[in-house]
Write a protein that binds this ligand. Structure first.
Ligand code: GLN
Length: 492
């Protein structure tokens, strides 16, 4: 097996015994990227030179017998809305095309302290608005499993980079599904932690009451390892919770006999592909075989989630993004007066989807509309939260498809925003409720990946990891890799 194909825990073992060096691992990932990147296009910025320097530093520290971090020498990729000091952070927008932050996001600092090596910044839908990565101002990313299809979004570059072996793990952000849906489309593990579990400091705000950062990994063990590195209180993010997170590794391997799993019937209803359902039900059978008790349940307000989300998320975005005015950040289009300057900067700097969201958000918050839209949406959000609270009095975990379909073709939904919005019907309620959600590879339909979503009550990431690990140990979907075809040649 090639080095770029290994997991964090496999590589860590080889690095610790000295069988391989951080430089070798980094070179292997860089060579892999060189090979497949022309076809996949996961990255918008490469930090290859810096990566080799950092890898050398890790090797030197180890050679001196120093204690190195738990992710020392492991190549990672970061979504391009996560601020990296001195490395451009564009949010894949023309407006921030040349923006190089003067500081690191807290998650970046923590991963660097853990010894991980940055390979580059990954492609995304502009300002994380989208479900396919086609809204990037630069270029679309291609799904490594089928290059004519989207990798999902908005964190599509981060998901594709891990699936294609260009990084061993990556981070994305998830406001309505942007980690879990691309994880499902690319057949990797993706976790959206509970709201407050991971610091948002230095991560460009989309909708502040919904955003969370989380990992993409090749398996569940790696997910626990990366979560260990990024979780926990941050003085710089007042919404990060105070308690100390556990060592998530301790939940891997605990058996799931008697654990109660609910299948909310609204997530298996109209709009969900029959083939996806079939794969999910087979996966449910595996969990039952391991002793889990599975029952059908209901989250009755599910159908309102997209309407609530598409009021609240644009409303929060329109407020957060007021600062992108051509004066304080990024690109400026000069004009004779300030109103025209704002106007030209934003109409030339933002793509169509971002402008659509900002108009919806501003409208929903304007005098006279506020009560009708924003306040009403908040009230319905409470009903959605209560649905989950109620369900978690009876079940340890809820299980649903992550996405209603398998990956769709590039171009297929781009002219139909409503169709695109429906890609997230299974993931959006989870952000509205602030609970953790994990997407796990659970099979294929006509050669395309299917992900199952596991949900638990706030801060019960441990239960998600426990169930996901049990499933993984009894299946081999996480071991299957895409054959990336470049210029007619397949690079398995
Ligand atoms: N696809 C959803 C949207 O466009 C979710 C995006 C996200 O999670 N960042 O808003």
């Amino acid at each position: 097996m090639e080095l770029w194909d290994l997991t964090v825990h496999e590589l860590s073992r080889l690095l610790a015994t000295g069988e391989v060096s951080a430089v070798e691992v980094t070179q292997a990932a860089l060579e892999r990227a060189q090979q497949v990147e022309p076809a996949v296009r996961a990255f918008v910025t490469s930090t290859a030179d810096q990566a080799v320097v950092e890898a050398n530093t890790v090797d030197a520290a180890r050679a001196r017998g120093e204690q190195v971090g738990p992710l020392a020498g492991i190549p990672m990729a970061l979504k391009d809305n996560i601020c990296t000091r001195g490395v451009r952070t564009t949010c894949c927008s023309r407006l921030l095309e040349k923006f190089a932050p003067s500081y690191d996001a807290t998650v970046v600092r923590r991963l660097q302290e853990a010894g991980a090596i940055l390979m580059g910044k990954t492609n995304m839908d502009e300002f994380a608005m989208g479900s396919s990565t086609e809204n990037s101002a630069f270029f679309p990313t291609h799904n490594p499993w089928d290059l004519e299809r989207v990798p999902g979004g908005s964190s599509g570059g981060s998901a594709a980079a891990v699936a294609a072996g260009e990084a061993v793990f990556s981070l994305g952000s998830d406001t309505g599904g942007s980690i879990r849906q691309p994880a499902a489309f690319c057949s990797v593990v993706g976790l959206k932690p509970s709201y407050g579990r991971v610091s948002r400091f230095g991560v460009t705000a989309f909708a502040s009451s919904l955003d969370q950062v989380g990992p993409f990994t090749k398996d569940v063990t790696d997910c626990a390892l990366v979560l260990n590195a990024i979780a926990g209180k941050d003085e710089l993010d007042p919404t990060s919770v105070v308690d100390t997170p556990p060592d998530y590794r301790q939940f891997l391997g605990k058996d799931i006999k008697g654990l109660r799993i609910g299948l909310p019937r609204e997530y298996f209803a109209e709009g969900i592909d029959d083939e996806v359902k079939e794969v999910i039900m087979k996966a449910v059978g595996v969990l039952e075989g391991l002793g889990a008790v599975v029952e059908e349940t209901s989250l009755p307000h599910t159908e309102y989630a997209p309407s609530v989300y598409y009021i609240l998320a644009p409303a929060e975005a329109s407020s957060n993004m007021g600062r992108l005015d051509g004066v304080r950040y990024g690109r400026r289009v000069e004009a004779p007066d300030v109103d025209t300057l704002y106007n030209r900067t934003r109409s030339q700097g933002f793509g169509a989807e971002v402008r659509r969201r900002l108009m919806i958000g501003t409208y929903a918050l304007s005098a006279g509309n506020y009560e009708v839209f924003y306040q009403k949406a908040q009230q319905v959000r409470t009903l959605i939260v209560r649905d989950f609270e109620q369900a978690f009095t009876q079940y340890d975990v809820l299980l649903t498809p992550t996405s209603p379909t398998t990956p769709f073709k590039i171009g297929e939904k781009i002219d139909d925003p409503l169709q695109m919005y429906l890609s997230d019907i299974c993931t959006i309620p989870v952000n509205l409720a602030g609970i953790p959600g994990l997407s796990l590879p659970c099979g294929f339909s006509q050669g395309l990946p299917v992900g199952m979503q596991l949900l638990a009550k706030p801060f019960a990431e441990s239960t998600l990891l426990q169930v996901a690990y049990a499933f993984e140990q009894n299946t081999d979907y996480h071991k299957q890799r895409p054959q990336v075809t470049v210029g007619g040649e397949s690079n398995a």
